[in-house]
Design a protein around this ligand. Structure first.
Ligand code: SF4
Ligand code: SF4
Length: 445
């Protein structure tokens, strides 16, 4: 067990429903005393004069609803769901839960289902569907998406900014690699060998079992992150399971597609609660996925086992810091890219994890990890992929771009795949995940 303080100690999912079964947020608005701290911490309100800010989107809107049927203001679609307001509020008002619920209601009852905006948002929210098709013919899909005419059409027809470069599909998905490698049976064997080398248990050990939530991006676009996660955990003697899974729901919450999110959550809760029943803890490599499973699921859905999943989900580095002497193991190692500019995603901040990647990587001799500050990257999942938000997204990202350039490092680093896209887009840095850095330190070729 590590001496390091558990970052999990800082994380408490917001409990707003008490024993009530009805998810009514109006009482939560009473806790707001209008200090405006949330507004001053909102990256969108900082650069966008027309955005009324989180206080209006949350408690004020719900107060109005208390007075009777009141339409949701369409500005709720300008909130990027960065969730910074949640952490800023001194009164624990469940702001992002209010925004997510209001956005869901707005999309359900007020949005034109035949509008380009609705269709584009639905498509972006359901990236997994697009990616599963593209990944069947990755080279062709990458070629077509790289054409200038595709970007032009995407902007003109769907409102996807042509400045953004479409992410490439991997030629082999993470799950294809996992199956080819032998799945859970191989992982069990590798974990057993690693434990034996460390002088530990050579039989199946349920205390060393994790169920990996890889999410969509590590599966279809950056399988190297998923592979690093598996290899690093196996090197500590953990058997990795990879249950069937769907999108965590993060892009669906941000676009008010709560029915889609619920369907995805039903599968994820069922599969991962079963893995927990088999002795596994749930580990995610993407901080938005861990955020979703931990906080947004229990805040938005009432599904059997959801609290169990919330209480047993961790971000990958966080988990290793709690259960292993990670810094001690890294002390005498070497890495392939020692000079990194690190950005902490907003959703890592919301889980109290913003300092851990720099603390962990700096424990490696010769590594220089430049923290590029606490600003938002500005992309916030699908937000920066909408033409109407592109300029705002880039304005929010300016501070991070400047700090990355000033750091003058060799490689960028973050846990969030869309922050990584924005970092690369704004600075030209190649971006890696902290698990990839740990893999070069801890895993023998
Ligand atoms: S979630 Fe982010 S963008 Fe939305 S209101 Fe809160 S701070 Fe602003
Ligand atoms: S920070 Fe909290 S208490 Fe202050 S205005 Fe915002 S919601 Fe209200």
């Amino acid at each position: 067990m590590s001496d390091a303080e558990s970052p999990d100690d800082d994380f408490e999912p917001v409990q707003v429903f008490g024993d009530e079964t009805e998810m009514d947020l109006r009482p939560g608005s009473d806790d707001c005393y209008k200090c405006s701290t949330c507004d001053t911490n909102c990256p969108v309100a900082e650069v966008e004069d027309e955005f009324p800010g989180p206080k209006f989107q949350g408690p004020e809107q719900w107060r109005l609803k208390r007075k009777g049927d009141h339409d949701i203001d369409d500005s709720v679609m300008k909130c990027s769901n960065c969730m910074r307001c949640d952490g800023a509020c001194p009164s624990n008002v469940p702001l992002s839960q209010m925004h997510n619920t209001a956005r869901g209601e707005y999309v359900d009852e007020q949005m034109d289902k035949l509008s380009v905006e609705y269709l584009r948002n639905r498509m972006l929210s359901n990236y997994r569907l697009l990616a599963s098709l593209g990944s069947k013919v990755p080279r062709l899909a990458n070629f077509v998406m790289g054409l200038g005419v595709t970007s032009w059409l995407g902007e003109k027809v769907m409102g996807i900014p042509s400045e953004r470069e479409m992410p490439e599909f991997a030629t082999q998905t993470f799950r294809e690699w996992w199956s080819e490698r032998g799945g859970n049976a191989t992982s069990k064997e590798r974990a057993r060998e690693a434990r034996a080398e460390r002088g530990g248990s050579q039989v199946s050990n349920p205390d060393k079992r994790v169920a990996y939530f890889h999410g969509c991006y590590a599966n279809y676009n950056t399988p190297e992150v998923g592979k690093a996660m598996v290899r690093v955990f196996e090197s500590f003697g953990y058997e990795v399971m990879v249950p069937p899974q769907r999108c965590s729901g993060t892009p669906m919450f941000a676009n008010g597609m709560l029915d889609d999110a619920r369907r995805a959550a039903e599968t994820n809760v069922e599969e991962f609660v079963a893995a927990i029943g088999d002795g596994a803890d749930v580990v995610a490599s993407c901080t938005s996925c861990s955020m979703s499973l931990r906080q947004e699921y229990p805040e938005l859905f009432d599904l059997h086992g959801i609290e169990d999943l919330s209480n047993n989900t961790y971000e990958a580095l966080e988990y290793l810091r709690i259960h292993e002497d990670l810094e001690g193991e890294l002390a005498d190692t070497e890495v392939d890219f020692p000079d990194v500019a690190y950005h902490a995603p907003c959703h890592a901040r919301n889980q109290g994890l913003e300092g851990q990647a720099v603390e962990v990587t700096e424990s490696i001799d010769g590594v220089e990890a430049h923290d590029v500050g606490d600003s938002c990257s500005g992309i916030s999942g699908t937000y920066g992929w909408k033409e109407e938000h592109y300029d705002t997204s880039m304005k929010i990202g300016e501070e991070m771009f400047e700090h990355m350039e000033a750091a003058d490092a060799d490689t960028g680093m973050t846990e969030c795949p869309t922050c990584a896209m924005q970092m690369e887009h704004g600075t030209g840095y190649e971006i890696k995940h902290p698990l990839e850095l740990l893999e070069t330190a801890l895993v023998e070729e």
